[in-house]
Design a binder for this molecule. Structure first.
Ligand SMILES: [Zn+2]
Length: 74
C-alpha cells in the first residue's frame, strides 16, 4: 500500500495580542526596590530617576511584558 501525504507550508507571524497592553516595569540592581508597573514607560523612567535621586543607585533591570499570538501571515 502506498501512502501519499501532501504538506502545505503555511507562513506564520507573531503579533501582539489584541486588547492587551504592554506593561513596563523596573527593578533596581543594587537593592530590592522595584517600580510600580505601568503601561506608560515614561512613568517608569521617572520612578527610576527618582529612586536614583534618593539612593544614588544607578542601575536598573527594565521589564517589558506583552502578550502575543501566532497567526497565519496572509
Ligand atoms: Zn536601589
Amino acid at each position: 500500500m502506498r501512502t501519499r501525504t501532501t504538506y502545505r507550508h503555511v507562513v506564520h507571524k507573531i503579533i501582539e495580542h489584541p486588547d492587551t497592553d504592554v506593561t513596563h516595569g523596573a527593578e533596581c540592581l543594587h537593592c530590592g526596590w522595584s517600580a510600580t508597573s505601568s503601561t506608560d514607560s515614561k512613568v517608569v523612567d521617572v520612578a527610576c530617576m527618582e529612586h536614583t535621586g534618593r539612593s544614588n543607585h544607578k542601575g536598573f533591570r527594565r521589564i517589558r511584558t506583552s502578550f502575543e499570538m501566532v497567526v497565519r501571515a496572509e
